[in-house]
Design a protein around this ligand. Structure first.
Ligand code: TUI
Length: 317
């Protein structure tokens, strides 16, 4: 993709970026996506510096291609994670779940490109001013921590508000979603749910099976009352959480305690009833476990075919 600004900027073959899924996006998944020509990412999530360094070293053994790290800005170890990213010469980070202002200078000084994941035009504009190389405009169809605006509404508004390249995310899992994103003005796509079900993804088999079986209305957003809304598959845990949120007598501390460790429980232990199976609304479209190479090549080929076929164009004649 010689004309694509994101491919040129990152030295990748396809304008496809893997989401930085906590407890899921490890060295193996990141290396598999990068080896397939996309941009793989290791999720730093709440890892301390040495845990993150171990994952980075492992990914370096598995691929010679560029890969990045997703920095979760709410992490108690965020300062350590930023130091390790700089020391390990990681070429690019994505940031999520907050405002990256505090870390921009250090990352840029170490030649790390910063791509901010944003859920609003306001934060997109702030990130561009701070020196971000691109933004991921992530609609509320996505899994995990979500904003309030849909991908369809958010992407073109962010595209009009910034001059840096925009990457679309939230609700994209096939060539139709990619083609639509490019028509909205995005230069690339980021996908989480699609890679969660990849063959090379180490998430627990129970979690993968639940995503593959999910239908269009099987996700729910909880945590709004805590100020960090999270989208996950409906199960015993989300039902209990939603009920506790409706109860005026529940304290924020009690709610936080219910959520603590829930993603790990589902992703690593396979407890998909009492754990949190974060995933996007597009899960209903994801039916098969494929390799990262098949996912990336398939989606780009389908988007290319749709955009060049003129089939949509005919509808306006
Ligand atoms: O960050 C994500 N997705 C995530 S983070 C995560 S870990 C987590 N686990 C439990 C509770 C909370 C987080 C799981 N999934 N996507 C990027 C994203 N960023 N979506 C929304 C935002 C966002 C929201 C508010 C970014 C900034 C913001 O406000 C910052 C500010 O100061 O304006």
């Amino acid at each position: 993709m010689g004309n694509n600004p994101i491919c040129k900027m990152l030295g990748i073959d396809y304008p496809v970026i893997q989401g930085g899924m906590a407890w899921i996006a490890d060295a193996e998944l990141a290396a598999a996506v990068s080896n397939a020509g996309g941009l793989g990412l290791i999720a730093a999530m709440n890892s301390n510096g040495e845990q993150l360094r171990e994952q980075i070293r492992r990914a370096k053994e598995l691929t010679d291609r560029p890969f990045g790290v997703n920095l979760m800005l709410m992490s108690p170890y965020i300062a350590e994670a930023v130091n390790v990213v700089c020391e390990e010469n990681i070429p690019v980070v994505t940031t999520g779940a907050g405002n990256p202002a505090q870390y921009m200078e250090q990352l840029k000084a170490a030649n790390v490109k910063v791509i901010c994941v944003v859920a609003s035009v306001t934060l997109a504009v702030m990130c561009e001013r701070m020196g971000a190389s691109a933004v991921v405009a992530e609609g509320c169809e996505s899994g995990g921590h979500v904003g309030e605006t849909t991908t369809m509404a958010l992407v073109p508004q962010v595209v009009d508000a910034v001059t840096i390249p925009v990457i679309a995310a939230g609700g994209i899992a096939d060539g139709r979603g990619m083609a639509a994103s490019l028509l909205l003005g995005a230069k690339a796509v980021q996908m989480g749910t699609r890679f969660l079900t990849a063959k090379e993804c180490n998430v627990h088999a129970n979690y993968k099976a639940k995503v593959l079986a999910a239908k269009d209305r099987d996700t729910i957003v909880t945590g709004k009352t805590l100020g960090h809304p999270v989208r996950a598959l409906k199960n015993r845990m989300t039902r209990a959480f939603a009920e506790a949120e409706r109860d005026q007598n529940t304290t924020p501390e009690a709610l936080e305690a219910m959520g603590a460790g829930a993603l790990r429980r589902a992703a690593r232990e396979g407890d998909v009833q009492n754990g949190s199976c974060m995933c996007g609304q597009i899960a209903g479209l994801v039916k098969t476990e494929d390799t990262c190479a098949d996912i990336i090549r398939g989606i780009c080929a389908e988007a290319e075919q749709l955009l060049s076929s003129g089939a949509a164009h005919e509808l306006l004649l």
